[in-house]
Design a protein around this ligand. Structure first.
Ligand SMILES: *Cc1c(COP(=O)(O)O)cnc(C)c1O
Length: 426
């Protein structure tokens, strides 16, 4: 099919995510992708500067991952995971537990980031319920994003998404993302909250809040909050759906913090962008609270595709890649390169702020813009025309390139950004 036929049929039949179809530009038809590039039907290539929503960290069509998928599809592609198990699941579990923070000991499978959060919240509520305590409130960070299902949406602090559903949400109390400057006042607020509410869990995006335009919080300040919550028996949930698997420089953002979460949510780069899969991990203590002679104390949550063998096989192969010398070198290369580029960016007249963590680099333009306004679309289009795919959030332009990005490609990205900034000066 050619691109115009695809677009015609798309417009007739398809409702896209996160889209106001009345005003949105027509979607872009992508023909295929290889390595760090997307290709359109005319054969033009576009550098995937956000790793297709932070999933394709090892590039597109990575042969190691494709081989793992092919091998598994001929062996066992799906089977019920309630009352059955299989080798890819236990192989993945062993590899993942090896690199997760050491207090994590059990893995629960689902298919997307939102459900991994939904599961984490339900686990925390039932953990207290099983111990004879009714705790119905959740504490979350301002500007956090945790997904689009009801629990995850409740925890998310972005009202553009939540508006029509506000009366239907679970009880969530928001506190400012901690920084070294505000942490003492946030701690005071937390003490008050603990006195006034029955809090089940504290959910946070460690180090980087992705959908809040890559806002960065302070790991040591966050640690102090986690400790304070823990002292009151409140479970902490690290939503590492975006930050997981190398993005912040370490395997997980929680690795850079002293206090480890009770529960961790993982998805996005888990399978390197090949299969939709998510995992909610927890400590032995959380798991043990569900063990009982009474059936009803178990965790009665499940999805048809839980533990899908194809997902498990590519996730296991992805972890082998993540821990390989080549990929670790790639992460170090991008980190070092962003570091060196940061001062140049900061000096530019049009740049208000630059943030950097691991392979993530974000700059705020010194302009007032709507998050998804026309100007944002213009910026998107400008970069697309130069052969770079990125998704500006309001006045923030950010990069989360695949770990396979070369020095030459990094230079090309930086040059393109500088060219864009200079073009806006006049
Ligand atoms: C993307 C994201 C989610 C939601 O994941 P989906 O797979 O889109 O449902 C949840 N939390 C964070 C931090 C995310 O970045």
């Amino acid at each position: 099919m050619n691109a115009s036929d695809i677009l015609k049929k798309d417009a007739q039949q398809i409702w896209h995510p996160l889209t106001q179809h009345k005003t949105a530009l027509a979607p872009l038809a992508i023909s295929h992708a290889r390595g760090n590039y997307l290709y359109d039907h005319e054969g033009n290539r576009y550098f995937d500067a956000i790793s297709s929503w932070y999933t394709c960290s090892y590039g597109h069509c990575n042969t190691t991952l494709i081989n793992a998928l092919q091998k598994q599809v001929e062996q066992l592609h799906h089977v019920v995971f309630a009352g059955m198990t299989h080798e890819p699941a236990v192989v993945l579990a062993e590899k993942l537990l090896n690199i997760l923070p050491h207090n994590q000991s059990k893995l629960f499978f689902s298919e997307n980031g939102s459900t991994s959060v939904e599961i984490a919240l339900k686990m925390a509520f039932q953990y207290h319920f099983n111990r004879g305590e009714k705790r119905l409130a959740v504490v979350a960070l301002e500007g956090g994003f945790h997904g689009d299902t009801f629990g995850a949406m409740s925890a998310s602090g972005l009202s553009v998404y939540n508006g029509p559903f506000e009366d239907l949400l679970i009880e969530v109390i928001r506190i400012p993302a901690p920084t070294l400057e505000n942490v003492d006042s946030v701690l005071e607020q937390v003490d008050q909250l603990i006195d006034d509410h029955e809090i089940a869990s504290f959910i946070y995006e460690p180090l980087v809040q992705g959908a809040a335009a890559m806002q960065m919080n302070d790991g040591s300040a966050l640690c102090r909050l986690i400790r304070r919550f823990r002292e009151s028996g409140i479970l902490s949930i690290a939503d590492e759906v975006m930050t997981g698997f190398g993005k912040t420089g370490s395997y997980f953002a929680s690795d850079q913090m002293l206090n480890k979460p009770d529960i961790i949510c993982l998805s996005k780069a888990l399978t390197g962008g090949i299969m939709p899969m998510a995992i909610t991990s927890c400590t032995q203590e959380v798991y043990d609270a569900f063990l009982s002679d009474e059936t009803s104390r178990g965790f009665f949550h499940g999805h048809t595709y839980s533990g899908n063998p194809l997902g498990c096989a590519v996730a296991a192969a992805s972890i082998d890649l993540l821990t390989s010398y080549e990929i670790q070198e790639g992460i170090a290369r991008i980190k070092e390169s962003h570091d060196a580029f940061k001062p140049t960016l900061e000096k530019h007249k049009l740049v208000a702020q630059v943030r950097h963590c691991g392979v993530i680099l974000a700059l705020d333009l010194d302009l007032e813009m709507q998050r998804y306004g026309n100007e944002r679309n213009e910026i998107f289009q400008w970069f697309w025309n130069k052969g770079v795919f990125l998704r500006p959030l309001g006045k923030t332009i950010y990069l989360v390139p695949p770990f396979t990005t070369t020095w030459t490609e990094l230079d090309f990205l930086y040059k393109t950004i500088m060219e864009f900034l200079d073009s806006r000066l006049v």
